[in-house]
Design a protein around this ligand. Structure first.
Ligand SMILES: CC(C)(COP(=O)(O)OP(=O)(O)OC[C@H]1O[C@@H](n2cnc3c(N)ncnc32)[C@H](O)[C@@H]1OP(=O)(O)O)[C@@H](O)C(=O)NCCC(=O)NCCS
Length: 426
């Protein structure tokens, strides 16, 4: 027997039976509920707070319980035992790779790390103080012009090639944007290094022959990339899917995801956290700051989440990674303010009642700063980590026969037909 929802339209007295599948009804089924001659009933859901836009088998989140799983594997286990490239494979292929699959995948990614010299020229054209997220977004969309065959999104092999290119080239572009801001020469990829070691080398190598990164820092950044790798239908994944639904190439779709991530309510939050901590300055000012937040003057950045109404599981892992990093770099003095803020907020009724807990961005900025990244680079790091997730979402979209071009409805609130008024009569 199928589950159904009985609806009575009190405007007409008519009854309807709507099928319930997987805890949802199809919004299109509501169209039959109509007044004579009028368009059918629709749902109004700004920000998609209660609307499923797709079926997905990539990432599972239980926000109330604080659970995050990629393809069924808990984030805690992946952060502990896996690597970023292995997790990228898992997200994209649905299963963990065996040894030879991982070797082939690692080779494939390593082989594609170089970018066309003209892309370098494009980046060099930016002003010295250009935000690296703007540079990343522009460079990723420009990649579509280097690989015009990428628009054949229905071809599986072609899709896989562009996916490998994107995962491989994101750190190169991110590092070039970083060096640009410092006025330093761009460092080419070193294919003998691991994904994260190579990224660190492209960022920080100076005149030494071989850049050797501290293993603990490599591990911490790898874990941060794993934690950021996917987060189901968030704002940027939705942007990638929405733009990708037009069947545009994946570079253009990902550029839109980067744009979404750039916003302060999404990936830009960790940059805001650091600015906020600096502004607070000392633990003595925390009381006034919290009062301001409670009075609606501003938000406690790095707190709250649309989905998690519990401690963000990634924030717990990040706290541990922060300890490992500070062991190498020395403790970031802002940590004391962050820890005190967290303690107060977790006890304060305002935050408790609204289920506001630290999210992934609360501590990640402190780690990035300790690793010598300027705040503008934080979201770039997030974007590099999120790339496999965006691509897994995009791949799922392009192979899902139920998907259509994204095209929401609206409730029109403007004027209806009126005659044009000549200039002299206005
Ligand atoms: C993430 C975020 C956008 C989620 O927003 P949302 O699901 O739309 O939640 P709402 O804005 O409806 O918030 C619900 C209530 O909590 C309050 N609230 C949410 N986040 C808050 C924060 N960080 N500081 C203070 N109050 C907050 C809202 O003002 C609202 O209060 P009200 O009911 O009295 O009006 C929001 O929590 C936020 O802006 N956080 C700070 C930015 C951030 O860290 N983003 C990174 C996300 S990973």
């Amino acid at each position: 027997m199928t589950d159904t929802l009985s609806i009575r339209d009190n405007r007409t007295g008519r009854d309807y039976e709507i099928e319930i599948t997987d805890g949802t009804i199809r919004a299109a089924d509501l169209k039959q509920i109509a007044l004579d001659g009028e368009p059918g009933l629709a749902t109004y859901d700004p920000g998609f707070v209660n609307t499923a836009s797709c079926r997905s088998s990539v990432t599972y989140i239980d926000g109330d319980a604080g659970i995050l799983e990629y393809r069924g594997y808990p984030i805690e286990q992946l952060a502990e035992s896996s690597t970023f490239l292995e997790v990228a494979y898992l997200l994209l292929q649905g299963e963990l790779p065996n040894a030879s699959e991982l070797e082939a995948w690692t080779h494939e990614i390593t082989y594609h790390t170089f970018v066309h010299e003209n892309l370098k020229t494009l980046l060099q054209g930016f002003r010295y103080d250009a935000h690296p997220m703007g540079m990343l977004m522009a460079a990723v969309s420009a990649l579509s012009t280097f690989y015009p065959e990428a628009n054949d999104v229905k071809d599986a092999d072609n899709r896989d090639l562009q996916i490998a290119r994107l995962i491989a080239k994101m750190p190169t572009i991110g590092a070039f944007a970083f060096r640009h801001g410092k006025g330093q020469p761009y460092v080419y990829p070193d294919n003998e290094l691991s994904y994260v070691e190579n990224f660190l080398a492209m960022l920080f190598k100076m005149s030494e022959r071989k850049y050797v990164a501290d293993e603990r820092l490599v591990k911490a950044l790898d874990v941060l990339f794993i934690l950021h790798a996917d987060h189901e239908q968030n704002c940027s994944a939705n942007a990638v899917r929405s733009v990708g639904s037009s069947q545009v190439d994946p570079y253009s779709a990902l550029a839109s995801g980067i744009g979404a991530l750039y916003g302060p309510l999404h990936g830009g939050a960790n940059e805001q956290v650091l600015k906020m901590l600096r502004r607070i300055g000392t633990t003595d000012n925390i009381g006034d700051f919290i009062e301001g937040v409670k009075g609606g003057k501003e938000k406690l950045m790095g707190f709250g989440h649309r989905v998690y109404k519990n401690y963000d599981p990634r924030a717990k892992i990040i706290k541990k990674a922060a300890d490992d990093v500070f062991e190498v770099t020395g403790v970031n003095p802002l940590l004391k303010i962050a820890l005190e803020l967290e303690k107060i907020a977790l006890e304060d009724e305002y935050f408790v009642k609204r289920k506001l807990y630290p999210n992934v961005d609360f501590y990640s900025g402190l780690i990035y700063e300790a690793l010598s990244f300027p705040p503008e680079m934080f979201t770039v790091l997030f974007a590099i980590g999120r790339t496999p997730g965006w691509l897994a979402q995009w791949k799922e979209l392009t192979t899902d026969s139920e998907q259509k071009i994204a095209r929401p409805k609206q409730i029109y609130t403007g004027h209806r037909t009126r005659d044009f008024v000549p200039m002299a009569q206005r």
